[in-house]
Design a protein around this ligand. Sequence first.
Ligand SMILES: *[C@@H]1O[C@H](CO)[C@@H](O)[C@H](O)[C@H]1NC(C)=O
Ligand SMILES: *[C@@H]1O[C@H](CO)[C@@H](O)[C@H](O)[C@H]1NC(C)=O
Length: 108
Amino acid sequence: MLLFLLLMGIVGPHCTSARTHSMKDFYTASSGVTNFPEFVIVGLVDEVEITHYDSNTKRVEPKQDWMSNITDEDPQLWERETQIALNNQQFFKVGIETLKQRFNQTGG
Ligand SMILES: *[C@@H]1O[C@H](CO)[C@@H](O)[C@H](O)[C@H]1NC(C)=O
Ligand SMILES: *[C@@H]1O[C@H](CO)[C@@H](O)[C@H](O)[C@H]1NC(C)=O
């Protein structure tokens, strides 16, 4: 019973700071898919999209209003993130070509 009460205390309303949050980046590389960019990165916090990059825009962009002031503190942030994304795009493009060769895939 004591253990149960302790557990109730841990997960109770006074301990909201113990809540788990998540941050995920999804990378999608493809070839020959119509109307879909060859490379896309979607950044999520708690399953809400916060950043987006794709090989058409070639820019990492914020997807939430509350992120727009972040450049007040870090003016180079989006430039830096964009460079990283461009490098990843190149890396994945080489990977797709390697896979196509290994699997004798001539189309997309
Ligand atoms: C963002 O910056 C603008 C202009 O400096 C300011 O009015 C606004 O309150 C800021 N928003 C946040 C969420 O800090
Ligand atoms: C790809 O083609 C080569 C040459 O025809 C063959 O030896 C190999 O097994 C093929 N690979 C696959 C994954 O089908």
